[in-house]
Design a protein around this ligand. Structure first.
Ligand SMILES: [Fe+2]
Ligand SMILES: [Fe+2]
Ligand SMILES: [Fe+2]
Ligand SMILES: [Fe+2]
Length: 400
């Protein structure tokens, strides 16, 4: 069944405001919820956070008071949506448990997007990035075992493997080499725009999260690991945001944001296993349809174009959280030693890469290496979850 969000009617904006009772949602059960329900919540929180910050940036560039007022009205609803979505997370989960879930989102969302991406250059960008977040999951899983004495499968279940990806210490590149080339807004497939927006939003919220929670730890290794990985997430935001064509007008960007919110809520409504959470996705979709209609009006008025010229005529296949184990193993086997040079990819440790490495390491081992060593010393062995057999790269095989 096709679904064209530009043709659907949603809830009128005047009816979208919720009171305290409606905002006060019951969180998901931390022990029995589907891990992918938690992933959808985190992904959607990233999308809503991006919607809010984008609208703030737009408002700051907007001289017309009436327009600012309309943006403020829609943005307040986005802020309520964000509260409802993120407040589905249960308070009993520790920060580190939430961190593991964030990296599971980065792994399985980016892998799915990479598999579906029709543009070769964008696909490569997603494949490059996913191997790094895959490694973060492994580093944090070892920190989790070390300081909370628990195993990461409590969070990721058996859905996502936990083992080395591209080693985190090799992810510190010269910032110049993190900038990619953008897609061409006039020729790219609409799905590519949505993919770039979604992954940028997800990485940005991960970056923000680590920036803020990292110093809340007392354990020196935890403080240092969060600091290191937060800097990689800065690289990831630079990497993904640069894929978006900066030639898009503000109104075109607003339209893409609202369209993507419709796409994501619709995707999650179609694939959600928890009926209560599914109802929230459905309600929010119906709100977004109205946001999209308002954005389309602004686009028509200010850009003099039709939304159909830039948006997909129907929603693409739903974004789906599912295991990507074989795909990730194939990427590990073939792309683990990639790095970037300018806007492209190479397999050698070129001069600028090496210079950055020397500067940031300062002769020490990276925290991401130390966490593994410390956990081996403390727990007897490092933590891994290899459900599909030995690591695809011989030198990274598990050793007792
Ligand atoms: Fe929203
Ligand atoms: Fe990450
Ligand atoms: Fe990342
Ligand atoms: Fe929206």
């Amino acid at each position: 069944m096709t679904f064209n969000p530009l043709r659907e009617r949603g809830v009128p904006l005047d009816d979208q405001l919720r009171n305290w009772r409606e905002l006060n949602v019951e969180p998901i059960d931390p022990d029995h919820a589907d891990p992918y329900t938690r992933c959808r919540i985190i992904a959607m929180n990233g999308i809503e956070t991006e919607a809010i910050f984008f609208s703030h940036h737009l408002a700051r560039h907007c001289p017309e008071i009436e327009l600012k007022q309309q943006l403020a009205r829609v943005r307040y609803i986005e802020a309520q949506q964000q509260k409802v979505v993120n407040w589905l997370l249960p308070g009993v989960s520790s920060v580190l448990e939430t961190t593991l879930a964030y990296e599971q989102v980065a792994v399985d969302l980016t892998a799915w997007v990479a598999r579906m991406e029709p543009d070769g250059y964008l696909k490569q960008a997603f494949e490059f990035g996913v191997l790094e977040d895959f490694d973060h999951l492994y580093r944090y899983a070892n920190l989790y075992e070390m300081i909370e004495h628990r195993k990461a499968e409590k969070i990721v279940d058996q859905l996502t493997e936990v083992m080395p990806g591209r080693p985190t210490y090799l992810q510190h590149r010269d910032p110049m080499d993190n900038v990619r080339e953008p897609y061409d807004r006039n020729n790219t497939a609409p799905i590519s725009k949505l993919h770039a927006l979604t992954i940028t939003a997800a990485e940005q919220q991960t970056m923000n999260f680590y920036m803020n929670v990292g110093p809340m730890y007392m354990e020196p290794i935890a403080r240092r690991l969060y600091q290191e990985i937060a800097l990689i997430e800065e690289e990831h935001v630079t990497h993904y945001e640069s894929l978006v064509d900066p030639g898009e007008s503000w109104w075109e960007m607003l339209l893409n944001h609202e369209y993507n919110e419709c796409y994501m809520y619709h995707s999650f409504m179609e694939t959600e296993s928890d009926p209560r959470v599914k109802n929230i996705w459905e309600l929010h979709l119906n709100m977004e349809l109205e946001h999209l209609r308002l954005a389309a009006e602004l686009f028509k008025r200010h850009d003099g174009r039709e939304p159909e010229e830039v948006c997909a005529p129907e929603l693409p296949a739903p974004v789906t959280f599912e295991p990507n184990k074989a795909y990730l193993r194939e990427l590990i086997a073939t792309q683990i030693d990639f790095t970037t040079l300018g806007t492209g990819y190479v397999q050698d440790a070129h001069e600028r890469f090496q210079k950055m490495q020397d500067a940031i390491m300062g002769g020490d081992k990276a925290p991401s290496e130390q966490v593994i060593e410390e956990n081996r010393a403390k727990s007897g062995q490092e933590y891994r979850l290899q459900t599909e057999g030995e690591h695809p790269v011989g030198s990274l095989a598990f050793r007792r």
